[in-house]
Ligand binder design. Sequence first.
Ligand code: SAM
Length: 275
Amino acid sequence: MTMRYQDIDWDTMWRKSRADKSWKKKKSTDWDRRAASFAERNIDSPFVAQFMSRIQTEPDWSVLDVGCGPGTLAIPLARKVRQLTALDYSAAMLAELDKRADAEGIANIRTIQGSWDDDWEKLSIARHDVAIASRSLSVDDLAGALRKLNNWADKGVYLADRVGAGPFDPDLFAAIGRDFQPGPDYIFTVNILYSLGIHAHVDFISLDPHRSYGSREEAIQSYRWMVDNPSPAEETRLTAYVDARLRQLDETTWQFTRQTAPQWAMIWWQPKVAL
Ligand SMILES: C[S@@+](CC[C@H](N)C(=O)[O-])C[C@H]1O[C@@H](n2cnc3c(N)ncnc32)[C@H](O)[C@@H]1O
């Protein structure tokens, strides 16, 4: 029997793949705990420049950033637009964002503590010119989240979505002897958008496999978050994995080389009226 594209139920396949992923979905309190270290690793990461070079905004536009985290993109975007609304369900992430915005004298960001699932009208979130969701599509209803973003933006919606293992390093899991199922990646998102009548653009953000750290401990920390509740034996193997790929360049520079370079898909479209 020939399979036809129209017969593929991307939404059901996405739910199945999501149910099979080996990592646990994080709660807002998990993100609270990780806020400071996430901010440190991500605020000036090479990902930011690559995302920023692909997004189009005008100085008088407004931007809604869903799952904004510590302001990885909210802060550089706020410098380029009239107003930015930063939505996240983690109070600690929003506190990191406020701290950085204050330090940099940025006064056009409105932070709102809220979730993908909340009623955004009740949170007084109006339509913006642009809506973004970067590395924050960890939702139970992807089609619903995509519709929502579409309906809250007039001129553009931009996503950064996972490619394959996303931020995880699959070789680490092989090295520590733990099964790793990454769950669904961007190809589901593109196809679910297609089923909603949206023909999205796709580009890729490829990051350097080398990353520099200020200390060995910092490099180990940047790997530790990947493994939920590591056993003592897994901890030891994780440290050995990092050490084997770490090279000290000078007193304060340690370079880590990944075998599989991290990649993100950047997906964007011009919103359709109310989906
Ligand atoms: C990986 S971080 C990404 C942060 C930032 N957008 C970036 O690209 O660096 C994911 C963020 O999404 C937030 N988040 C996850 N699930 C959420 C939900 N259901 N509602 C609101 N925010 C959520 C987390 O609190 C966290 O700040």
